[in-house]
Design a binder for this molecule. Structure first.
Ligand SMILES: NC(=O)c1ccc[n+]([C@@H]2O[C@H](COP(=O)([O-])OP(=O)(O)OC[C@H]3O[C@@H](n4cnc5c(N)ncnc54)[C@H](OP(=O)(O)O)[C@@H]3O)[C@@H](O)[C@H]2O)c1
Length: 271
């Protein structure tokens, strides 16, 4: 007998997914999966035109309402406006998924301080600002689910995306503690530790194919884990790589191994 899906209790209500403008992105995979469960959607992203295109696709393919909010989530002044725009609906599902990291994957000291600060704004402060506000509303209603899209990169530091890894480590710790502290309130918090997914064009072309998951599968597996787990690692390859990096190798060796893996995957010179 199949168990009820954790999202069934939100049919007809609303979900908000950040970073959902990319056609191939994980955010849109979440949005499609949620829409297929007859939950209305608020799509949030910095890319206004793409956001409208994704919203139109959802309206055409699923029987749901879709709103869009085009904002730079790294700008702390946008949050009161977002809450104002959504004051007439209850957001019962929040998926914090957006991220920013430089595509040319520089070493930390080769990045400008402005970029490092922006990454903290977008990948850490924005998560806190959204989750804090919506979690308070959810605990007042005694219902809601929050998914924090982190990464295995937050569990094992990966040189050349070091600042991103540090942002992801923040998200994991913040989410795990929030999960503990909201138990019994009716609000479920779930941290997703994602592995590599096919969302970035040919950016992962030099990585082993078996490690790269379909974002649709990763989103579906994660949503099923709401209320059942506090941290989910979707996909067997992802779990295997995490096990190897976090349990079977000493930490220094894991960082060294990850550095070499990144160098071959990104075509970097280790010098
Ligand atoms: N793909 C993977 O292999 C992988 C692995 C582990 C974890 N993840 C996590 O999965 C999530 C989704 O990743 P993805 O691969 O689907 O990436 P993606 O396609 O780049 O999606 C991220 C979205 O967030 C948007 N965004 C960036 N800065 C923003 C801002 N300041 N305000 C609002 N929106 C902003 C991006 O817009 P722009 O395109 O303009 O930047 C993009 O549309 C991320 O949290 C990522 O860390 C991905």
């Amino acid at each position: 007998m199949s168990r009820r899906h954790p999202l069934d209790r939100y049919v007809g209500s609303w979900a908000l997914v950040t970073g959902s403008a990319g056609e191939r992105g994980l955010g849109f995979a979440y949005a499609r999966e949620i829409a297929s469960r007859r939950i209305n959607l608020v799509l949030v992203d910095i890319l206004a035109e793409e956001l409208e295109a994704r919203a139109a696709e959802l309206r055409t393919n699923y029987d749901v309402e879709v709103r869009t909010v085009a904002v730079d989530l790294g700008d702390l002044s946008v949050y009161p406006r977002i809450m104002d725009q959504l004051s007439d609906i209850d957001v019962d599902v929040l998926v914090c998924n957006h991220m920013y990291t430089p595509k040319d994957t520089p070493k930390i000291l080769d990045m400008s301080l402005d970029v490092l600060n922006s990454m903290i704004d977008i990948n850490a402060r924005a998560y806190v600002n959204l989750i804090y506000r919506f979690a308070h509303l959810m605990t007042q209603r005694g219902r809601g689910s929050i998914v924090i899209v982190a990464s295995g990169a937050g569990l094992t530091p990966a040189p050349y995306t070091g600042a991103y890894c540090a942002n992801k480590a923040f998200q994991i710790v913040f989410g795990e503690v929030l999960w503990y502290e909201t138990r019994g309130t009716g609000v479920d918090v779930l941290v997703m530790s994602a592995g590599l997914m096919d969302t970035q064009g040919d950016a992962f072309a030099k990585y082993p194919r078996w490690q790269i998951a379909d974002p649709k599968d990763a989103a579906a597996e994660t949503l099923k884990a709401i209320g059942r787990k506090h941290l989910v690692m979707p996909g067997h390859p992802n779990r295997l790589v995490t096990l190897l990096n976090t349990r079977l190798m000493p930490r220094r060796r894991a960082v060294m191994t990850m550095g070499r893996f990144m160098e071959s995957g990104l075509g970097k010179d280790s010098a």
